[in-house]
Design a binder for this molecule. Structure first.
Ligand code: FUC
Length: 810
């Protein structure tokens, strides 16, 4: 089988025409031998053997996994509001009376008793939240599938188009699929250069996917590899609550309901409309569409649910999908495609990275991943970063839902961990690369979710803690549930809302927009107020602490994770109070109350160094006796990254202690936990160590063939955390300064990055050679100044009247 090389084909030309390639990159890069944006591409010489080899597309709301199969194309579909259940209130009023008793048991060191009581009386009802679902699949089954003689499929990140090209003895074919945000539809184009297109299109309703062991490793089953026709009999089997009907010429209307889970009824309806146009004969029936003798076909897929907001499910999905299909149906394919590319480019463009290249960069993406441990492939890290940006743009768009544990891509109705929002690390990690990588606009859904969560969380604070302000625990879902779930060992952690606030404040710190700060302040104030009401004095006089709480999700040596005042809580609340002070003072609000916040911040129990020289995870020096010394969470290192409160410049002794802790924890863990370790080693100035850990993240154990992160199974946070970690090795922005090449690994001696955003609203372009900076250009407001640490120097960079500061090194 021969590969079809598309580099001289339409993708490159059209990307250039759309201004996406090197020409549109900042001028700094244009003069350099920088990897062009149209090399930002995943490609394969065979169809996807399984879901984790299929290619994701998304417009923030609608998503699809594209398999690129020859005989039977499969599009597995998602809509970001299709979750199980309906609005519900999980708060447990019994908690209020149990709270002082649980605290007393913890103070007495009776951890198991405290856990039993919390389990019986302090948990949310139901004990689990609602899972994110799937919208089912569309299958296009071709009547004359034959073994291809040439084959290539790819995902072009700059144009956000998944393309499959192949030739069989019957003809030459091309398919393109993209999820258009401006046209609110997935658009699929099929073309036969020679031969004809003859296929049946059918829908398969959502089903439960039980993860098989091989899906944990990313390997496909032999059956999957052999069976290009695998899904044939299943397509068209329709459960009773799903209806499929013809909806005019070439169109199908599919309607169904979401799932009822753990006693919460199914409140949502969904609709899917598929509309095919083309030059052949298209026949519509309640079984699907059949297309015969065509050369060019365009298939539009629109989907919606009745979800309007977390308390309002009275939307009209049928009206929405008919409207979207009709509007998109009026445009020729080329116009849909052009508008989609321009819309995507507005987010994707303006950022570039070049870490150098090697022969490995010429291999198909799956082969690069499997070879990455043993080969030199710096461009794979650059691609991983750009893929992270692509995934964020595709799964988190203003007006939509934030990226969940799987972004928006989920194959079945009972995904791992419900594919929810796990806010004790995973959701926050999703947004780590957003601002630095020039995608601050993608943070908007997280802001809106947090605003909604603060309303539910105020009820939880009142009902369960008798406190003012608002609280959220370690998970939330589409319905913004904020009570503790799963069990006290995981759920009874009151800092989820506070961490979201800090993440949003970091976003503000990058854009420095007054309107945004005014929008954030009520969130910060409410979260701070909860802690002012609930922090307690440590009986041993070490300061203010949380109780009950836990160091996510790590068991201490006394048969529980439940404890008083874990380090992470103190660090998160320290940031929260500090951020509230900055925001309140800048907005000239609540002067007296801010003094209370200031006093409480100073009274928080400080970080502690234990007898092994480690940064203590708990208030007590328990680290060495914990049952899982290599636990994936490194919660007490929150202070190092994403926070900067522990750093090389201001607290070197705590950094040394953090290194002791992290070395003991080990380098490789689950996908997201490995990505966190990359960020941490970078923040601690150890570029080669960060790079070694990154290699572990990019290898086949933690990266699937489609470059999705493997927890395992698939979880998207590692993609985002890894993208952030790659940037942290090159540029950091903390403590009022820009740190240039703070953790450059020896594997990347020369390179360039452009469009990096630093705190303070400054955009940074950097080139380096022989491991030293050669050119630094800052773009920002004329007159603004930034402290820069670069090449062993420390200087103030003032942005000139042109909006630029430039520095060249010899
Ligand atoms: C936390 C982690 C798990 C997983 C889950 C979604 O509970 O400890 O590893 O990532 O979230």
């Amino acid at each position: 089988m021969r590969d079809i090389d598309s580099s001289s084909g339409f993708s490159r030309r059209e990307a250039l025409a759309a201004g996406l390639a090197i020409g549109s990159m900042p001028s700094l890069l244009a003069a350099q031998p920088v990897r062009p944006a149209d090399e930002d591409r995943l490609w394969y010489d065979k169809p996807a053997a399984g879901w984790t080899a299929a290619l994701p597309i998304g417009n923030g709301r609608l998503g699809a996994m594209v398999f690129g199969r020859v005989g039977q194309e499969r599009l597995q579909l998602n809509e970001s509001t299709l979750w199980a259940g309906a609005p519900y209130d999980p708060d447990n009023p019994e908690a209020l009376a149990a709270l002082p008793q649980v605290r007393a048991l913890l103070a007495a060191g009776k951890y198991r008793e405290a856990t039993d009581m919390a389990s019986a009386r302090m948990m949310g009802r139901p004990l689990t939240q609602m899972p994110y679902g799937t919208l089912g699949d569309i299958f296009l089954t071709f009547t004359s599938a034959q073994t291809p003689t040439e084959y290539r499929r790819e995902l072009d990140l700059a144009s956000a188009i998944a393309a499959t090209r192949f030739a069989t003895p019957a003809g030459r074919y091309m398919r393109e699929v993209f999820a258009s945000a401006p046209d609110r539809a997935i658009v699929m184009r099929l073309e036969a250069e020679t031969g004809t297109l003859d296929f049946d299109l059918a829908y398969r309703a959502p089903r439960e996917i039980k993860l098989r062991p091989e899906q944990f490793t990313g390997d496909a089953t032999p059956a999957e590899i052999a069976a290009d026709w695998l899904m044939r009999e299943e397509a068209g089997q329709v459960p009773p609550d799903v209806s499929i009907a013809a909806d005019g010429p070439g169109a199908l209307l599919i309607t169904g309901r979401n799932e009822a889970v753990v006693g919460i009824p199914a409140g949502l309806r969904y609709a899917l409309r598929v509309h095919a146009t083309g030059d052949g004969v298209i026949v519509t029936s309640e079984k699907g569409l059949s297309v015969r003798g065509a050369r060019r076909v365009t298939v539009l897929i629109a989907a919606a649910t009745s979800y309007i907001g977390y308390g309002d499910i009275a939307g009209d999905p049928v009206g929405a999908v008919r409207g979207a299909c009709e509007a998109a149906g009026c445009k020729p394919y080329e116009t849909l495609r052009r508008d989609h590319i321009a819309d995507h480019a507005a987010l994707y463009g303006g950022f570039g990275i070049d870490l150098g290249t090697s022969p490995a960069a010429g291999l198909p993406t799956d082969r690069r991943i499997s070879a990455s441990a043993a080969t030199d492939d710096p461009a794979l890290a650059a691609l991983y970063l750009q893929y992270g940006r692509y995934l964020l743009i595709s799964s988190s768009r203003p007006g939509g839902q934030p990226a969940n544990l799987q972004g928006i891509w989920n194959e079945g109705t009972s995904p791992p961990w419900g594919s929810k929002y796990t806010i004790n690390i995973n959701t926050e990690m999703n947004y780590w690369p957003a601002d630095p990588a020039g995608l601050g606009r993608c943070v908007e859904p997280l802001l809106r979710m947090t605003e909604e969560l603060s309303i539910a969380g105020a009820r939880t604070a009142r009902t369960m803690y008798g406190a003012r302000g608002w609280v959220a625990h370690h998970n939330t879902d589409l319905w913004r549930a904020s009570a503790p779930i799963d069990g006290p060992l995981w759920g009874l952690w009151p800092c989820g809302g506070a961490w979201l606030c800090n993440t949003l404040f970091t976003h503000w710190d990058h854009v420095r927009d007054d309107g945004l700060l005014a929008r954030l302040y009520p969130l910060l104030k409410g979260a701070s107020r909860f802690f002012l009401d609930t922090l307690i004095e440590d009986p041993k006089g070490r300061g203010l602490v949380t109780s009950p709480s836990l160091s996510p999700e790590n068991e201490h040596p006394f048969g529980s994770s439940l404890c008083v005042g874990p380090a992470m809580d103190r660090q998160i609340v320290r940031d929260l109070f500090g951020n509230t002070l900055i925001a309140g003072r800048q907005l000239a609000r609540d002067a007296d109350w801010l003094e209370d916040v200031n006093r409480a911040r100073a009274a928080l129990a400080p970080d502690r160094i234990g007898k092994a020289g480690q940064l203590q995870e708990w208030l007590e020096d328990w680290d060495e006796q914990a049952p899982d010394l290599h636990h994936r969470h490194v919660s007490h290192l929150y202070g190092v990254y994403p926070s900067g409160q522990i750093n090389l410049r201001d607290t070197p002794e705590l950094i040394e202690a953090a290194k002791v802790s992290l070395r003991a924890r080990g380098d490789l863990s689950t996908g997201w936990a490995t990505a966190w370790r990359v960020c941490l080693w970078a923040r601690m100035g150890e570029g080669d160590h960060a790079h070694a850990v990154l290699k572990g993240l990019l290898g086949p154990t933690r990266t699937y063939p489609n470059m999705f992160d493997a927890h395992p199974p698939f979880q998207i946070d590692g993609n985002f955390g890894g993208a952030a970690g790659i940037m942290e090795m090159l540029l950091q922005s903390w403590g009022g300064a820009l740190h240039v090449l703070p953790a450059l690994p020896s594997a990347w001696p020369a390179g360039a990055i452009a469009g990096f955003r630093a705190r303070g609203g400054v955009s940074v372009d950097l080139q380096w050679a022989h491991r030293r900076p050669t050119t630094l250009v800052l773009h920002g407001k004329p007159g603004s100044a930034l402290e820069v640490r670069a090449g062993g120097e420390h200087f103030a960079a003032e942005i000139g009247a042109s909006g630029q500061y430039r520095r060249n090194w010899k």
